[in-house]
Design a protein around this ligand. Structure first.
Ligand code: MLT
Length: 244
């Protein structure tokens, strides 16, 4: 079995893909499902998310489809018209039973779309669900597991590479893999940075979130393997891009 880590999304996946955006999209996605959401829909733009929820008649009156709640951000702050930003702490305080959450974020949802273009199995991974995500990927993969770091604004994110190292450590303990240079970089980062909260707090996006008053999200995202929920692309869904 091959293990590959892309420090930024490159595409061309053919087997099982673990999409990582731990500050904060894939961490928040776990919280939505844990709090009862029946599905996550990842759209390619904020407009696509708004159009899924809202219908505007000829008089400009907006009718909301209460089945959907919108969560997303740009620059870490909630998108206009959305019900939620992209905070896992905020999501963990809600009850999403009977609702589907439509997500659009700066980097994480875009990385998931790239993975879904060719990946046979697409899973959302973070530190909070790392062991469960690694175990599910190991069970599904035939030839290759690709860990895809979302990055931030098309630049490598330290926290995603660190999380990829945690996932790689779990996978290497589960079986034999040939690892690529990306995986070796991720393992080296994980082994040298050690403490997850220090790694996340020192990352560029971690500092940005702390400056925005969202430091609690960083601390939330630093908890390793406390959840067994693994958002998984439902390839047979009637709704494209649904994860459950
Ligand atoms: C992203 O998609 O890059 C992150 O989720 C951004 C954020 O939530 O701060």
């Amino acid at each position: 079995m091959k293990l590959r880590v892309d420090l930024l999304p490159h595409g061309g996946y053919s087997d099982t893909v673990l999409v990582v955006d731990i500050l904060r999209a894939t961490t928040t996605a776990v919280a939505y499902l844990e709090r009862g959401a029946s599905a996550l829909l990842l759209t390619s733009s904020p407009e696509a998310a708004l159009n899924l929820r809202d219908t505007v008649n000829g008089s400009g009156e907006v009718t909301r489809n209460e089945r959907y709640l919108l969560g997303g951000e740009r620059g870490g702050l909630p998108l206009p018209g959305f019900d939620f930003g992209n905070s896992p702490v905020e999501a963990a305080g809600q009850n999403f039973t009977g609702r589907e959450v439509v997500m659009n974020t700066t980097n994480g949802t875009a990385a998931a779309h790239i993975a879904a273009q060719s990946g046979k199995h697409v899973l959302l991974a973070s530190l909070v669900n790392a062991h469960a995500a690694a175990r599910r990927a190991r069970a599904l993969a035939v030839e290759e597991i690709a860990i895809v770091c979302s990055g931030t604004d098309e630049r490598v994110s330290l926290e995603d590479v660190y999380a990829a190292g945690v996932l790689a450590e779990y996978l290497l303990a589960m079986g034999e893999f040939t690892v690529d240079d990306g995986a070796r970089i991720a393992l080296t980062i994980r082994r040298n940075l050690g403490n997850p909260l220090e790694a996340l707090s020192s990352s560029g996006h971690g500092v940005t979130l702390e400056r925005l008053g969202l430091g609690e999200d960083v601390r939330w995202a630093a908890r390793i393997s406390e959840s067994t929920v693994v958002p998984t692309l439902d390839q047979g869904s009637d709704v494209p891009g649904a994860l459950r």
